[in-house]
Design a protein around this ligand. Structure first.
Ligand code: PLP
Length: 633
């Protein structure tokens, strides 16, 4: 566990159990060992064929743990409640979940349900997100906020106003000055009194990767001049009381509470000025930015870590708002945050299988077939004999020089067509043999493990912005890993590899593949519940993984699978690119009939139905009854 720093990034949810497997404490609290959820048991349950009592799903797999989600929400709320109580703050905290982080229906529904006792709401940034937040919040607390962010057209604004008519506590946050005219016009047409917020462009700048949209030149929000024009316009229209919320967002992964307090303090000054100008201010919405410590280092100068926990974050926010408001004798506002990453990251684990690994060839001298070079008298033959004589005299430096010359000569001859492929292979074998014998080859070479996964689909931020996530074998952690490896995915793309790991490492300690067919070595990518699923694409037509929802249970097992959905099938991903799998199948079936091969049709149908990932012995149940092969035809 210490090798992978699990205690640093995984606490309080993930640890290693006495079987050497990663286990989950869904409540984030000490539990009896038998109440912990063993991830390997979930994988076995999910991938075993139905005939063996499993669910017959293919990997890769996303395991969602709603109990962790609940714990994250409650922990965030408690952190603010504590800060508010201990600092004598005179209002409350009421957060929203920005659905962009993961729009999965069950995640959003869970958040609405778990957050309902403390009025937790949702944030939308586009029209489909607004539709989903509207419908989900119908089941939430009537006081929960529905914050409407993002660029808006008349349809977006109309929908947001309709949401108000449906008694949802909707706030239209102006992202651009032009949106105000539409809000005024449409709200009059629909006869609804809008609640308006505005997003301020702060001067405070977050310098990390995620802060590139903050500061005066940031992409979003209103400048000070625009804010004043909005206030004047609302005043002229007799609607200044509708302006009730001030929002800002200085970027995700805010590294330190110092920067956070700086931003919140600046926003609180704007808030107080809006109060002075007569707006009906009630809420300060501090956006997202509550970070995750992906490597557990608590560092403030890295994009993958943050130097605070939930309680320090909440304390810094409450203090910054209170100081400014007290100074200006302004009533304390409701504090809203739009934390996404911090809510959903932990509860979702991506599990995939390493299906093979590169192995270094270790030929013996006698197996190399070097007699050809003994017999030729050309330059390659001369280099070879020089090399042999230097080796016999024990002149290792000369050996290496002659080996280089010999290698280059052979490559040139192969390109000219005067050397056969067997001789080229013999030369490679000899050079490897020599460097091993002399000890110049890396004693501990980095091996490539092939993962049954698409990086572009499942970990797009690694490829796009170099985001690191903890990746760890989910079992065999009671055995010392003997290999250093990198991971390469299934796509035919050289970017489809993971060669950077938390802690600044360029390789990952891994175990030798073992077991029948060297299959069944499972790795988990942790803390990836935010952003990865919505950003992932269909490169090489690899679609989304299977998903299971696993809850703690008091029954004989510590867990129960409450929902299981297979990942996108080959047919599904083809459909996404405008192909029509049904017609494709008909075409192939017709061809099979013309060729008197009618029996092939059922296998073809299965291939449209199966997921695009490799079907391995361990992912399709017992090896001797592979349900996917065509051999019965
Ligand atoms: N609110 C807004 C306006 C955002 O742009 C974002 C994402 O960057 C968030 C909230 C969520 O941020 P985070 O995931 O850091 O909590």
């Amino acid at each position: 566990a210490s090798l992978y720093k699990i205690d640093c990034w995984g606490a309080p949810y993930f640890s290693v159990n006495s079987s050497g497997n990663i286990s989950v404490r869904p409540d984030g609290a000490e539990t009896l060992p038998h109440q912990e959820i063993d991830l390997l048991k979930i994988v076995k349950k999910v991938s075993e064929p139905k005939s063996n009592g499993g669910l017959g799903l293919q990997l890769p797999l996303i395991v969602r743990l709603p109990d962790i989600l609940k714990n994250r929400l409650e922990s965030l709320q408690s952190a603010f409640d504590l800060a508010i109580r201990s600092q004598g703050y005179d209002s409350h905290y009421q957060g929203v979940y920005p659905v962009k982080c993961n729009q999965d229906r069950f995640i959003v529904e869970d958040i609405v349900e778990f957050g309902s006792p403390f009025r937790f709401g949702l944030e939308a940034g586009s029209k489909p997100e607004l539709l989903l937040t509207m419908s989900c919040l119908c089941k939430g607390s009537p006081e929960a906020f529905l914050i409407c962010n993002g660029f808006k057209d008349a349809e977006y604004i109309s929908l947001a106003l309709v949401a108000r008519k449906l008694a949802l506590n909707t706030v239209i946050v102006l992202e651009q000055e032009e949106e105000l005219d539409l809000v005024i016009e449409i709200s009059r047409k629909l006869a609804v009194v809008p609640i308006i917020g505005l997003r301020a462009k702060l001067r405070t700048k977050h310098s990390g990767h995620f802060g590139s949209t903050s500061g005066e030149k940031g992409k979003f929000g209103l400048t000070t001049m625009q804010i004043l024009r909005v206030v004047r316009k609302l005043e002229q229209e007799g609607m200044l009381h509708c302006l009730q919320l001030l929002h800002f967002h200085i970027g995700s992964q805010i590294p330190s509470t110092a920067l956070l307090a700086d931003g919140v303090g600046e926003a609180a000054q704007i808030y107080c000025e809006l109060v002075r100008l007569g707006a009906g201010m009630r809420v300060i919405d501090i956006g997202g930015g509550l970070g995750i410590d992906y490597d557990g280092s608590r560092s403030t100068d890295s994009d993958v870590s943050v130097g605070y926990g939930l309680e320090e974050y909440a304390a810094a926010v409450v203090q910054a708002v209170r100081n400014v408001c007290d100074q200006k004798f302004v009533k304390h506002p409701v504090i809203c945050s739009e934390s996404g990453r911090a809510i959903v990251s932990h509860h979702s684990i991506l599990i995939f299988e390493a299906v093979s690994a590169t192995v270094a060839d270790k030929p013996t001298m006698s197996s190399l077939g070097l007699q050809y070079f003994e017999e030729v008298t050309d330059d390659a033959g001369v280099d070879y004999r020089n090399l042999k004589e230097a080796a016999a005299r024990g002149e290792f430096d000369n050996c290496l020089i002659y080996a280089d010359q010999f290698k280059q000569r052979c490559i040139d001859q192969f390109k000219e067509g005067s050397l056969g492929i067997e001789q080229l292979a013999a030369m490679d074998g000899l050079c490897d043999f020599l460097s091993n014998a002399i000890g110049v080859s890396e004693s501990d070479p980095i091996r490539t493990y092939h993962a049954n996964l698409s990086l572009f689909t499942s970990i797009p931020d690694f490829w796009a912005i170099g985001q690191l996530f903890p990746i760890v074998p989910i079992h065999r952690l009671d055995q010392r890993p003997g290999v250093k490896g990198i991971l390469s995915d299934l796509t035919c793309d050289s970017d489809g590899k993971i060669d950077k790991f938390i802690g600044g490492e360029s390789n990952l300690p891994l175990h030798e593949l073992a077991g029948e067919g060297r299959r069944g070595y499972y790795l988990g990518m942790f803390l990836g519940g935010a952003y990865q699923e919505a950003l992932g694409g269909l490169h090489n037509l690899f679609g989304g993984p299977s998903v299971v929802r696993v809850s703690k249970s008091s029954g004989p097992h510590s867990f129960g699978v409450t929902r299981a959905v297979s990942g996108l099938s080959c047919g599904d991903v083809l459909r996404a690119m405008q192909h029509e799998p049904e017609l494709m199948f008909e075409t192939l079936k017709q061809r099979a009939e013309e060729m008197s091969r009618v029996a092939l049709a059922s296998g073809l149908a299965r291939s449209f139905h199966n997921m695009p990932y490799l079907i391995t012995a361990s992912s399709c149940g017992t090896a001797n009854s592979n349900p996917y092969c065509y051999c019965d035809e």
